[in-house]
Design a protein around this ligand. Structure first.
Ligand SMILES: Nc1ncnc2c1ncn2[C@@H]1O[C@H](COP(=O)(O)OP(=O)(O)OP(=O)(O)O)[C@@H](O)[C@H]1O
Length: 351
């Protein structure tokens, strides 16, 4: 549904002179139809630039953006007909902002009607559609209120209703929950998930919070210094040895008790979680195994368990027991010192 190819954006600090800042450095991203895709990264990683380049609010320096089969970059600056086509294409891409961007002088209903006015819809149709959208986001009773009379979560619901006005196939969310408290964050994420399922809406969201990715994303990408350094479905990421996103999505702690030890993360899914693998391993090889940490969690809607265990001896001495674990159908990652570096994103923090 969304593909970026070699997407690059450089800014110049002062119009014609000063150093260039490379905000996006050849980003290739593939977002499938109907999925919720999260892009996570530290402040300055290029997340906002990415989302603004995808809907062409910002003109990319190089590369292409294709949304629903249409190359949007081909429409930039190519005469009147192309710019009308670009406007139309953009109206099918909804955008939700961190600070809601509502017009304070307009009522809730009038805020939702605004994009419909721009699309030239007649007054009665506009009004009906705005009320339907407000109903969809659970705010039908606030149609005549003004934004100042609403809570943050309610304002974001209005922002979402407005984003849906053009019947978009794609919703872009720029830190939609960063200004909200944890409880409200949960309800807005649930709303985005419900809309994704009910309307088949593809959602691309950017966030600096791992919890957001964990609770609603089917796929995720990690950005660092303008590049996508990891991406995939949550299942693929969890199955990738050494994936920084996987260990941040599902951290399991525990330090080795000495240098002459092998530390292994074992990931369980579904049935395998119940197998008494650790005791079987200890019996088969007659070794003492310490459990350093363990957790069971729901990631991307699936129950997953992870355990960090320690075997006596170095890895070379444990090749056979590690192979035994893999033969049981478990995902086994041997943890090195380097793997234990923290992932550079915040977890559960709110701006
Ligand atoms: N309009 C601009 N002019 C000049 N530099 C910019 C502009 N917008 C962004 N940048 C720079 O581009 C880089 C990426 O910024 P961007 O806002 O895309 O990152 P981000 O990951 O969204 O960060 P944050 O989470 O803090 O919003 C930063 O170094 C930033 O200073």
């Amino acid at each position: 549904m969304i593909t970026t190819s070699g997407l690059t954006k450089t800014y110049r600090a002062h119009r014609s002179h000063g150093p260039e800042v490379t905000a996006l450095d050849g980003v290739d991203l593939h977002v499938r139809e109907g999925e919720v895709f999260g892009v996570i990264g530290q402040s300055g990683a290029g997340k906002s630039s990415l989302i603004r380049c995808i809907n062409l609010l910002e003109r990319p320096t190089a590369g292409t953006v294709t949304v629903d089969g249409q190359d949007l970059t081909a429409l930039v600056g190519r005469g009147r007909r192309a710019s009308r086509a670009l406007r139309e294409a953009r109206s099918r891409i909804g955008m939700v902002f961190q600070h809601f961007n509502l017009l304070s002088s307009r009522t809730v209903r009038d805020n939702v009607e605004l994009p419909l006015e721009i699309l030239g819809m007649s007054g009665r149709d506009r009004s009906r559609k705005a009320l339907d959208l407000l109903d969809l986001v659970g705010l039908a009773d606030k149609a005549d209120a003004h934004p100042a009379q609403l809570s943050g979560g309610q304002k974001q619901r209005v922002g979402i209703a407005r984003a849906l006005a053009g019947d978009p196939k794609v919703l872009l969310s720029d830190e939609a929950t960063s200004a909200l408290d944890p409880e409200t964050t949960r309800s807005i994420l649930q709303l985005l998930r419900d809309l994704n399922r009910q309307l088949g809406l593809t959602v691309l969201l950017i966030t600096h919070e791992m919890d957001v990715v964990k609770s609603i994303c089917d796929s995720a990408a990690l950005m660092e210094r303008g590049r996508v350094v990891e991406s995939g479905t949550v299942g693929e990421l969890l199955a990738t040895p050494g994936s920084a996103l996987a260990s941040a999505l599902f951290p399991v702690g525990g330090e080795a008790t000495g240098t002459d030890r092998t530390v292994v993360d074992v990931t369980f899914r579904g049935e395998s979680a119940t197998q008494p693998v650790v005791s079987r391993l200890a019996r088969t090889y007659n070794i003492d195994i310490s459990i350093l940490g363990a957790a069971v969690d729901t990631v991307g809607g699936r129950q997953i368990g992870r355990m960090r265990i320690e075997l006596p001896g170095r890895y070379e001495d444990n090749v056979v027991p590690v192979g035994f674990l893999r033969e049981q159908g478990l995902q086994v990652d041997v943890v090195t010192e380097q793997d234990r570096q923290p992932v550079p994103v915040e977890e559960g923090a709110h701006k």
